[in-house]
Write a protein that binds this ligand. Sequence first.
Ligand code: MG
Length: 410
Amino acid sequence: MITIRDIKAFCTAPDRIPLVVVKVETSEPGLYGLGCATYTQRFLTVKDCVENYMKPLLVGKDVSRIEDIWQMANVSPYWRNGPILNNALSGVDEALWDIKGKMANMPLYDLLGGKVREAAAVYRHAGAISTTNPKYGKLVTFDELDEQIDKYLAEGVRYIRIQYGRYGGVHALDDVKPEGACEGVYYDPRRYMRETVQTIAHVREKYGDELELLHDVHERLEAIDAVRLAKELEPYNLFYLEDLLAPEQVDWFRNIRSQTTTAIAMGELFNNPNEWMTLIKERLIDFIRVHISQIGGLTPARKLQILCENFSVRTAWHGPGDVSPIGHAVNVHLDLASWNFGIQEWAGFGEGCKEVFPGCPELRNGYVYLNDKPGIGVDFDEKAAEKYPCSTNLPTWTNARRPDGTLARP
Ligand code: MG
């Protein structure tokens, strides 16, 4: 029997975004697994959970029993389904799948039933701010937005997320804030809606119907405004409209469904199965958008993917810069083995990530490819990782405020 000998957590920021990597070492010399436990906004707390709770719980356990280990580690703290514990669990879970693939001498997608496609189609991000006031950050004109789109098209990308400035659009005007208003990233939701529709209309007009367009609302609208935006964007035939509502307001998806055929993606902030169950079984969404480490790793993500297949919901796993290359590779393994795959978000890797994580998946002509090594196929250079310490500065973009100073979610 091969057992868990040690569990370590590493924090590194090779592309300046803090990442958390879990390494599970085994009783078999040279056999280890790697998993992604990245919760970038609270990375130290995840590391602490892995080292002080997961390790004592799991050292000595049989590495082959992934399901039992997942179930045990999930209930060991009694209270469960939170982002810290789920990320720690993901790091261990993905590392155990990596080990199983290495033991079987098979890539992870083969353990999941084998490929149903050779590579995963991706979407890239393009963004514009349609104001001309230089006071509110970097301005990108429609011409500059078009340049970004042209660059992606030249690279073979066929799906592009179109944003109007930052999430929630441009900052609100300083002169409408009340005296003494709190610090924060100000935005105006109503103006954001108007300018988003104008921006997407511009892109559709210029590039025609072949280009697939996506947009992320990032939960920053009042519910009735979200219904209205989904209706206003219907003529532009989006591939999907993402995170239109905050997780606290998901009942409003029934209203959206009854009002428009705009395709809906949801779930980036979900941690708990209760958050997605109703949306899937009532067929209120078209794409599940969870962040795989936030729900506890590959084991629950595979179950979620199969649940979705039964209800005609496709997958669109969260794939931003705050997922390690190991986590991105797990997304793609699942993409390749899932009949109901929809699209893969692709942030791309900088030189730092490529140095620290040998074997990163590669983007070619709009598709991301894996390297077909056993397991997840991405390694981790511990020495190189030490060169890229993580900043403990708190995130500022999550402190978003409306024009009158009220804190917005998220
Ligand atoms: Mg999003």
